[in-house]
Design a binder for this molecule. Sequence first.
Ligand code: UD1
Ligand code: UDP
Length: 382
Amino acid sequence: MKTIRVMTIFGTRPEAIKMAPLVRELSRRESVESLCCVTAQHREMLDSVLYIFGLTPDYDLNIMEPRQTLSTITCKCLTGVEGVLTQAKPDLVLVHGDTSTTFSAALAAYYQQVMVGHVEAGLRTYDKYSPFPEEMNRTLVGDIADLHFCPTPANRENLAREGITKGVFITGNTVIDAMSTTVRSDFKFSTQLLNELDYNRRQVVLVTCHRRENYGEPMAHIMTALRRIVEDHPQVELVYPVHLSPVVREAAAKYLSGHDRIHLIDPLDVEEMHNLMARCHLVMTDSGGLQEEAPAMGKPVLVLRRETERPEAITAGTVRLAGTEEAEVYRLGSLLLEDQAVYAQMAHAVNPYGDGQACRRIADAIEWKFGLREEAPEEFRT
Ligand code: UD1
Ligand code: UDP
């Protein structure tokens, strides 16, 4: 049987979470030789995901440096991936999303004239500085890629507006596939803190905040608002797994430490994170992935950003933009904690981002594109 060599390339925690189920799916296909390359733009946070999903990369560029700049990540990935592609000679490279690894790996593949597939294609804010630099990374990969795997119909419409209409598939988001293997009602956490929190009687607020465009003043505003919310609501327990970026850790220590109901903890592995999300009361975050995961679990989300490339859950009513101003973050956080009717309106499970079958559709589309199967993949419908 004819086989194709498909190389998935990723480097950060969210890419790994969303690519792991796809690597598994590709490995199951007889027509595909699946290879995996990590840039390790993240180290510990990436390794934690690889461990949970039992993935051993074929290539590891190990590029991470403390306080790395966008240019150093891009240069090291570009040259590192060039070497890997020269050696492995894949027929198709798959990249995910919008990170510096995503952009550099796609560019390296283009320079070698290797076909590129973009997973999680077509999300846009149309503000090139928000999210920064992710909006530009994702847009540029849209120009480079030959195959575009859009999670939702709106993502395909964005690409169509830019004249990208060939090789576009609506697949759902692979994060929903990943969640189907991690969330369990009998899950036991590895720490006493998370096992002993009274999720029914306390209001557990799960927070993450790490984005580069929030560094500095916006992060100070957000964290000051979060502290005031905890101080004014005695039933709240705030749990914040703090990203390993030193910039983020310094801000969290400065604005949020020293309060007995604010729990600043190390990053959680993805199983712990998903199960904590399933039990918490409310999510406040600037993360992209959490905006997709929490709605599927019926958890209201306040987005700590000025805009989002994921409007679907806002339309569905489970996500609201809180921005980065202290007064508005405080107001909306307090409203959701105090007003049961507002909370109930937002706390219903919706799944605009996927049905858990995205990886199967992506693998089908690849096989179809390479003439290895007759039927085009069916599309994800919301
Ligand atoms: C990157 C992505 C961002 C994504 C985020 C997910 C870019 C430009 N940004 O941002 O889109 O939302 O990952 O978390 O690609 N660090 C460690 N260990 C780790 C991971 C990070 O020590 O396992 C520290 C290092 O000091 C590193 C810093 O965090 O220099 C920042 O990492 P970097 O990948 O540059 O940026 P993120 O903010 O993580
Ligand atoms: N996540 C995790 N542990 C944590 C924080 C987040 O496993 O301590 C997961 C989260 O559930 C989601 C992904 O990491 O799947 C989101 O990654 P991140 O917020 O770092 O990046 P973004 O999605 O904003 O690009």
